[in-house]
Design a protein around this ligand. Structure first.
Ligand code: ADP
Ligand code: MG
Length: 686
């Protein structure tokens, strides 16, 4: 049970003044569902403004406060376009105040023609006009009070403004209780860190590196501690020792010999499975390294030993594909392979459920639906998790709780994780590495092409398809809204379809599952030649006949993600090409990143460089989700503080593994606060 002290922080955002159904949606989009989330929604940066008498005195990009008088309101002709208020400063210089979406209502109210107003915001140039987009403040008087005021700038979603978020934060902060200290006191002194509550207050008020560090440390401490508790619990639990006699594996007629790395990994797994302590092993191997076969061998060991095995995939598409592959490969062994996803209904589903219960289904492939309460296994002893990085730790644990005994867990990932992050994500898992590619793979010819050469690219795709080969065309997920991304992908698809007709199919996240499958199926079977998709194809999809990949706005993707995408081609013996389409203007970093993609195919190197190029320096910088388990801690803080947090957790575990003492109690609060309470649940009285 969550300690009562934390209840005010776990109240729904609706409990805050001014949050109704209308705000709920944009808040949810930012992940702000409870007061706690708002408290941890730390500013991205701070602004300090300068008051200027007229806009000549300010530079482009500068944050200013200036007195303006609106002269005209101009609505855009199309409904999605901007709403502009044209205004003049004291010297008569013209400027536009620009609003998008619903914000235009605010503009109408706040900026009547002819009435002088103090306007605060960032001065920008749009064509030959100066403008301020969505001014932060519009005041009737007292504009000078805005000068030099340090103000937080929060990440927003459509429908929110800075003042709205600031108001919510203020309310959430009022609810924030003082909490007992969970960090080792020596560490707090050494770093001169404020208390947790003070750190939160300071972090919203201005640039306080110590406060930020402390909060990041808290998060990392919670994570380390939770992983250690789980590990300790796992060691205490009993698994089923699985000793296969090799009879099924002998029948497996693979069309290729296993690589040395695959054999080594299988031997390591076999060793773990024979133990009573449940296996917790990470199988790390770059895209295309051949993890699926390793998982199959492991699952066959379980079946040989009279138990059941399950393979968990992150997406429906991937689950279907694994099902086909495993079923085909396992056919000679006679092992029964079935699939279960949220979409399988009716009689087929009942049959699978029965088979799981009576043990006749020996290998199950599926999405997380395979761990719902209604799904009961006779003897589930091994769970393999594909593309592990897509799942949170809590999901991994939820399934560890299935079965009477703890199942062995094999977590697979293609994401090469730099050492620092590995500690963060997995604690001290055992790791098997597939550091050797299957023979005969050709390097993927990667080229960076300017978007202005679109016509040539399309012509190239046409030649490629005419020669009987297949291709991917990836549209980026970049905007705030999935609907917008879908619209962009649909627009591109419409264009390509004109040229390629029924040879082209489209897959995106908002398509109904049936349509998605149908499109994937047409492509995988070779009936369709061009798959236009958003990043839903990122993980795992295996169509060896596809040897060309086009990635639009490649600069928008992280290197690791580009590497994953590119890994969809170059899977057979034929030569593959990857075209990275880039926008007309690129930052220096973006240029460097794309050059690196051209240069190397080493996923590990790309991951390290990605981390470096994104920079430890950007203290309050934007983050890419999914590559660390942290919301607050940035890369720099991870490398500086995670090892310390790790040692701190270890020490606490040694002294008070049951978290029963005073600091242990505080640590329990910490775990709840950061929603790592699955760690607490491994403890008695947790
Ligand atoms: P990933 O590690 O990305 O999951 P897959 O398991 O999908 O990779 O394997 C990629 C491709 O390589 C598949 O088509 C698979 O059949 C093939 N493959 C796997 N192991 C070998 C091997 N030892 N020799 C040749 N091809 C292999
Ligand atoms: Mg795979």
């Amino acid at each position: 049970m969550r300690p009562e002290l934390l209840n005010p922080l776990f109240a729904e955002v609706e409990a805050l003044d001014g949050v109704g159904p209308k705000l709920k949606k944009p808040l949810t989009k930012l992940g702000l569902e409870r007061a706690r989330d708002v408290v941890f929604h730390l500013p991205e940066r701070f602004v300090s403004r300068r008051a200027v008498a007229n806009i000549d005195a300010a530079g482009e990009g500068e944050q200013i406060v200036v007195a303006l008088t609106p002269v005209e309101h101009r609505a855009s002709r199309n409904s999605r376009g901007p709403y502009r208020v044209l205004a003049r400063d004291a010297a008569g210089n013209a400027i536009a105040l620009t609003y998008f979406g619903r914000a235009s209502y605010t503009a109408k109210k706040q900026l009547p023609v002819g009435a002088k107003r103090w306007v605060a915001g960032k001065l920008e140039r749009y064509g030959d006009m100066l403008q301020i987009v969505h001014p932060d403040h519009v005041l009737e008087e007292g504009g000078a009070s805005l000068e030099h005021l340090t103000e937080p700038v929060y990440r927003l979603s459509e429908g929110l403004t800075q003042p709205m978020v600031a108001k919510l934060v203020a309310q959430a902060l009022e609810r924030t209780p003082e909490l007992p200290e969970w960090i080792e006191p020596g560490e707090v002194d050494r770093e001169k860190w404020p208390s947790w509550r003070d750190a939160i207050l300071l972090a919203h008020r201005g640039e306080h590196p110590a406060a930020r560090d402390r909060l990041a440390y808290d998060e990392m401490l919670a994570n380390s501690l939770a992983l250690m508790l789980v590990r300790a619990d796992n060691r205490r639990r009993q698994g089923t020792p699985l000793r296969g006699d090799g009879r099924l594996r002998a029948k497996l007629a693979l069309p290729f010999p296993l690589t040395g790395a695959q054999q080594r990994s299988i031997a390591e797994i076999e060793g773990d499975l024979a133990q009573t302590a449940p296996m917790l092993r990470l199988l790390q191997g770059d895209v295309g390294a051949g993890k699926t076969v390793v998982a199959l061998e492991a699952m066959l060991i379980a079946v040989e030993a009279g138990a059941q095995a399950a393979l968990l995939a992150p997406t429906e598409i991937l689950a279907r594909q694994h099902f086909e592959t495993l079923r085909r490969m396992a056919a000679p062994t006679g092992a029964r392979v079935e699939i279960l996803t949220g979409r399988d209904k009716g009689r087929a589903r009942e049959a699978v459920l029965m088979g799981l219960l009576d043990g006749s289904v020996e290998i199950l492939v599926g999405t997380h639906a395979i761990f719902q309460d209604q799904v009961a296994y006779r003897n589930l002893a091994l769970v393999a998790i594909d593309e592990q990085h897509r799942f949170g730790v809590s999901q991994r644990l939820m399934l560890a709780g299935k079965g009477k005994r703890a199942p062995h867990v094999l977590a697979m990932t293609a994401t090469p994780i730099p050492r620092t992050l590995q500690l963060a994500q997995y604690g001290e898992l055992d790791v098997s590495k597939l550091d050797e590619m299957p023979p005969g793979r050709q390097p993927i010819d990667t080229r960076v092409v300017g978007i202005e050469r679109m016509d040539e690219v399309v012509a190239g795709v046409a030649r490629h398809l005419e020669s009987g080969r297949q291709a991917y065309w990836v549209c980026p997920m970049v905007r705030d809204s999935e609907a917008d991304d879908t619209a962009a992908a649909e627009a591109r698809f419409a264009g390509l379809q004109q040229r390629f007709g029924a040879d082209a199919v489209l897959v995106h996240g908002q398509l109904s599952p049936e349509l998605k499958d149908a499109a994937m199926e047409r492509f995988a079977s070779g009936h369709a030649k061009l798959l236009v998709a958003t990043t839903v194809i990122e993980v795992g999809v295996d169509v060896p006949g596809a040897t060309l990949m086009v990635i639009e706005q490649a600069e928008r993707f992280g290197l690791a993600q580009l590497h994953q995408l590119r890994g969809r081609v170059g899977r057979g013996a034929a030569k593959s090409v990857c075209l990275l389409l880039r926008s007309a203007t690129l930052s220096e970093t973006a240029r460097e990143r794309l050059a690196l993609m051209r240069e190397t195919q080493d996923g590990f190197r790309l991951a390290e460089e990605d981390l470096r190029l994104r920079g430890g320096g950007e203290l309050l910088g934007t983050r890419q989700s999914g590559d660390t388990p942290f919301q607050i801690a940035n890369i720099d803080q991870i490398s500086r503080l995670l090892p310390i947090a790790y040692d701190d957790s270890r020490l606490l575990m040694e002294r008070d593994g049951g978290l029963a003492g005073a600091r242990g109690e505080a640590a329990r609060l910490l775990l709840y606060l950061f929603e790592r309470d699955f760690g607490v649940r491994t403890l008695r009285g947790g």
